[in-house]
Every structure is written in structure tokens, then in C-alpha cells.
Design a protein around this ligand. Structure first.
Ligand code: ADP
Length: 165
């Protein structure tokens, strides 16, 4: 069984993430999309459990994708799940620098683990969860940024946080 893990914050999942998920799922028997909670980054828009729920909703048609959440080291998660491949998406050379460092660190922590990089489709190269949140705050149309099934959730969540300000 060839199992890979696609870790990230997914706060929220974007069309760029979903494109990487579909392409990686076609390469492996199973792809685990793992909401990895960075202990130094507590301030997300969505709670990790909500991010998992949104990811499950947008991937429910892809039978070999599983969604999970983990607040420890990704290398440890991979070891526990007997996965030898991490999938990462690259948008620009600037992503590469930190990603290559993480990849080397993860192999140091778990020598059987390899990281593969999928380049973004150019139409998603500008897209990040941060861009989505920014656009939502200004009431922009989100249909080019996030899967349609979650547009309302993002709009509602951002409106909720604005009302509290
Ligand atoms: P971000 O908040 O920047 O979207 P995440 O931690 O949620 O970052 O991203 C998880 C993974 O998905 C990372 O490997 C990141 O490089 C990749 N990724 C994010 N957005 C895109 C995109 N538009 N195209 C390809 N890969 C992407």
C-alpha cells in the first residue's frame, strides 16, 4: 500500500490545495490530508476541527483521501501511519527555501521519509489561505479561490470575527 501524507494548515482549504490533493491522490493508494497544528501559530480563523470538516466536505468524492488532524511533528505522524512520502505544493521559489529545510529535517527525524514537491498550476500560483481570508474580509467573490461547497462557511466565519472587533 503506497500511502502519502499532505500536511498543512488549510485555514481554510483553497482551490490550490484541492488541486494538489487530486493530483497526489492519483499517484498513491491512499492520501492522508493532515491538518497539522503549528504550536506557535494558535491564531487561526477556523478551529482545526472545523478545517478538518471543510476538507472532508470538499474531498468526499475522492475515495482514497482521508482527512485527519495532528498537533505533533509531521515526521512522527508519518511514522505512526506507516507512510513514507510527504507531499508538498510549491508556488514560488520563496516556498522552496523553507520547504527544502523542512524536508531535510523530516528525513533526519524519520530516515525512511521522503518529501515530493508538486508545482502549482499557474492559475493558482497567487493563491494562499491568507489571500482567501483577506478577500473575504473585503467581501470579494470567493468562487475563484475556494471550493464552492465552503464559500458560505468562509464568508460567515469572517463576518463573525468582524462583528466581534
Ligand atoms: P497556505 O496558508 O500558504 O495556503 P498551508 O500550510 O495551508 O499554506 O499549505 C499546505 C501546503 O500546500 C504547502 O505545501 C503549501 O506550499 C501548499 N500550497 C498552498 N497553496 C498552494 C497553491 N495555491 N498551489 C500549490 N500548493 C499550495
Amino acid at each position: 500500500m503506497k500511502r502519502a501524507i499532505y500536511p498543512g494548515s488549510f485555514d481554510p482549504v483553497t482551490l490550490g490545495h484541492l488541486d494538489i490533493i487530486k493530483r497526489a491522490a492519483a499517484m498513491f493508494d491512499e492520501l492522508i490530508v493532515c491538518v497539522s497544528v503549528n504550536s506557535s501559530k494558535h491564531t487561526g480563523l477556523f478551529h482545526p476541527k472545523e478545517r478538518v470538516e471543510l476538507l472532508r466536505r470538499v474531498t468526499e468524492g475522492i475515495s482514497n483521501v482521508r482527512v485527519d488532524c495532528w498537533d505533533g511533528l509531521v515526521a512522527e505522524y508519518a511514522r505512526r501511519n506507516q507512510a513514507r512520502v510527504l507531499v508538498k505544493g510549491l508556488r514560488a521559489v520563496s516556498d522552496y527555501e523553507s520547504e527544502i529545510q523542512m524536508a531535510m529535517l523530516n528525513t533526519k527525524l524519520y530516515p525512511r521519509l521522503d518529501t515530493i514537491f508538486l508545482y502549482t498550476r499557474p492559475k493558482y500560483a497567487y493563491l494562499s489561505s491568507t489571500v482567501v481570508k483577506e478577500m473575504a474580509r473585503y467581501g470579494s467573490d470567493l468562487s475563484d479561490f475556494v471550493p464552492r461547497q465552503i464559500i458560505e462557511d468562509v464568508e460567515k466565519k469572517v463576518r463573525g470575527t468582524q462583528e466581534r472587533m
